[in-house]
Design a protein around this ligand. Structure first.
Ligand SMILES: O=C(O)c1ccccc1N[C@@H]1O[C@H](COP(=O)(O)O)[C@@H](O)[C@H]1O
Length: 218
């Protein structure tokens, strides 16, 4: 991994947003497949967006407790490089999906307090990457993408045996502090770079990537 921070922009819904995120220097582009989300994509829309992603950038499919049939239908049509599992998938399920679909898997784990930390280690034994996200409140409409941060001090100095990404309530205004505190080398953002739910804002994406110290692409 190079010295620069790798940025994932998640929840892209339009060709313009995909193009902007790629040009601004994102390393991972995320597509959401979760009908309750304002960022949800139908498979054919996702196919069109994914086909427009320049080579070398990772196209990530975010799913929530998806069954094999749904994943097969998605992966048959959309050229995806990595699965992001954002539901209650167990370590066994993560291992099963890696074997079945032959794609790297990033497992999201919600953190609210110390008691949530062992799950990170459990998933780091089987996943290719872990995504350290804020745990959604019980009444949240979505299991992620709520723009909520957790107390980053909980993971300051902690390391896992696989690459990991920090997520949850990151914005152009707080991402530098989050990186400094946690030592993250990869960050993921969705609502913090939107002008409205599901609508990415090019200026905010640019400010986020610059503030994170992400790679500049020419
Ligand atoms: O973005 C969504 O709509 C979403 C839906 C279901 C699960 C996860 C979702 N987003 C992911 O949540 C984190 C944090 O997002 P935010 O920056 O706080 O808005 C991120 O990994 C998104 O990819």
């Amino acid at each position: 991994m190079s010295d620069s921070i790798r940025v994932k922009i998640c929840g892209l819904t339009s060709p313009a947003a995909v193009e902007a995120a790629a040009q601004l220097g994102a390393s991972y582009l995320g597509f959401v497949f979760f009908p309750r989300s304002p960022r949800h994509l139908e498979i054919e829309t996702a196919r069109t967006l994914a086909m427009a992603v320049p080579p070398g950038l990772a196209k990530v499919a975010l799913t929530v407790d998806a069954d094999d049939a749904a994943l097969e239908a998605l992966l048959d049509r959309v050229p995806i490089d990595m699965l992001q599992l954002h539901g209650h998938e167990s370590p066994d399920r993560v291992a099963e999906l890696r074997a079945r679909f032959g794609l790297p898997v990033m497992k999201a784990v919600g953190v609210a307090d110390e008691a949530d930390l062992p799950a990170l280690a459990d998933h780091a034994r089987v996943a290719d990457q872990i995504l350290v996200d804020a745990k959604p409140p019980k009444d949240a409409a979505l299991p992620g993408g709520n723009g909520l941060a957790f107390d980053w001090r909980l993971i300051a100095g902690r390391r896992w045996p696989v690459p990991w990404m920090l997520a949850g309530g990151l914005t152009p205004g707080n991402v530098a502090e989050a990186i400094a505190l946690t030592g993250a080398r990869q960050v993921d953002v969705s609502s913090g770079v939107e002008s409205a739910p599901g609508v990415k804002d090019e200026a905010l994406m640019g400010r986020f990537i610059a503030a994170a110290g992400g790679k500049e692409r020419t």
